[in-house]
Design a protein around this ligand. Structure first.
Ligand code: SIN
Ligand code: NI
Length: 268
């Protein structure tokens, strides 16, 4: 049975979510945002995309996914900044990860009706310019996202696959649609789990978990926001040729631009 129990602000996260996140590499948590919050952040996401939206590949322009995505919304957009620093979401992320975290990124993305390009199979670790114990993404549904609107599919347990720990970025750039299965052929035979979400539900997945998202064959836009959290002790590890201005290799991201959850958790 689907659990539709709201997670109230004082709730400790139910143990089964933590267990699933650690064993499968992802979990779905229902009703994280209230309908009022969903409406505010959905309007904010639409406005931000309208004013600065761009056709995006994932991360370092690997793959051909056809989504419009903001750039820097977690720092620059008044409304979306609040969502990236949402105390309840941050607290859930820390309970799942089991380590102190900071916000590393957060962007709105819209996949329009008729965008039939699925998001390539990938793991986020390949693209992440970070060294740390964990990085995880919260994928926040700001509209209902049934299968035909392009929800995500995960390979449970794929974050625990054998070494090599990381795929090379060049493998992902050369063969974006197949690099994950080229590198770890056994993953092609593993079970896949597709996870539709209601507006306000959130999936959390780890950076080594294989995942994809489907095309949007529905009549409505898929509006979502992804917050990326990383181990508060993660250090910057640029991909050669893709250095970010203002960050030195090996440094901790500065707290004023990449806030620790502890900095805003007091607002709960
Ligand atoms: C997508 O929303 O299309 C992909 C999201 C992800 O890779 O986390
Ligand atoms: Ni991803």
């Amino acid at each position: 049975m689907t659990d539709t129990t709201p997670q109230t602000r004082s709730d400790a996260l139910a143990e089964r979510y933590v267990t699933q996140f650690r064993e499968d590499g992802f979990t779905l948590i229902p009703n994280v945002l209230t309908p009022e919050e969903v409406a505010r952040y959905r309007d904010g996401a639409r406005a931000a995309i309208e004013s600065q939206g761009q056709l995006a590949g994932l991360g370092l322009r690997v793959g051909r996914t056809a989504v419009q995505m903001t750039s820097g919304a977690f720092q620059d957009d008044e409304v979306l900044r609040d969502l990236a620093r949402h105390p309840k979401l941050g607290a859930i992320a820390e309970q799942l990860a089991g380590v102190k975290l900071r916000v590393w990124g957060g962007e709105a993305l819209i996949k329009s009706p008729g965008d039939e390009q699925p998001t390539m199979w990938h793991d986020d670790l390949t693209l992440a310019p970070l060294d740390g114990r964990i990085t995880l993404n919260a994928w926040i549904a700001l509209v209902d996202v049934p299968v035909e609107r392009g929800c995500m599919t995960f390979i449970p347990g794929s974050h625990r696959r054998p070494d090599p720990y990381r795929a090379s970025l060049s493998a992902a750039q050369e063969n974006p649609d197949t690099y994950l299965f080229d590198g770890w052929p056994e993953l092609a035979w593993d079970r896949r789990v597709t996870v539709p979400l209601r507006a306000g539900d959130v999936t959390f997945h780890q950076w080594r978990t294989g995942h994809t998202a489907g095309p949007n064959t529905s009549a409505e836009s898929r509006v979502a926001f992804i917050t990326t959290y990383t181990d508060a002790e993660s250090t910057y590890r640029p991909h050669p040729g893709h250095e970010q201005p203002g960050l030195e290799p090996g440094q901790l991201p500065p707290d004023d631009r990449y806030p620790r959850i502890a900095q805003f958790a007091a607002d709960r």
